[in-house]
Design a protein around this ligand. Structure first.
Ligand code: ZN
Length: 158
């Protein structure tokens, strides 16, 4: 009998070592899609959800920003979240996180106090995109829990 056991270093390493950024993984096409989405409407915030398997983001699902002031906020309607979750189940994908963009006139893509206050999913990865053309880190990843944001490293895979 042959039994192949899959091991990865992540199964043994602690989830987070202080001083070291925890890494998340994303397919390159998702990374490109988020930039495209943000750059199509640089003057306002775009948003959507992230899905995949084993903490590898393989799909992004754009959502409508229904915030009253979409230039400064983002909000996905509960009805749309329910619809998207159904879509994920159908495709056997896990919900991994939420992305949104900051408008081009904001010079950072770090979570705002509001982003932190409204981060309801403590297990989720929050990606923040800037449409600014020469940004050194056009997409940044954060884990937000208990009112604190921690930056994560993004490993972009083919
Ligand atoms: Zn924000």
């Amino acid at each position: 009998m042959s039994l192949r056991v899959r091991h990865s270093i992540h199964e043994f390493a602690p989830l987070y070592t202080p001083g070291m950024k925890r890494a998340i993984r994303s397919r390159r096409k998702v990374y490109g899609r988020l930039l495209e989405h943000a750059r199509r409407q640089p003057h306002r915030e775009c948003c959507g959800i992230l899905a995949g398997q084993d903490r590898l983001i393989t799909q992004a699902f754009p959502a409508k920003n229904v915030a009253a002031d979409p230039v400064r906020n983002y909000e996905i309607a509960p009805k749309e979240i329910v619809r998207l979750m159904g879509e994920l189940r159908k495709r056997r994908l896990e919900f991994l996180g939420i992305y949104h963009s900051h408008p081009h006139w904001l010079d950072t893509n770090e979570p705002s106090p509001k982003d932190i206050a409204l981060a309801y999913y403590s297990e989720a990865i929050y990606l923040i995109v800037t449409p600014r053309p020469y940004a050194t880190t056009p997409i940044r990843a954060f884990s937000i829990r208990d009112g604190r944001a921690m930056e994560l490293e993004i490993q972009v895979l083919p």
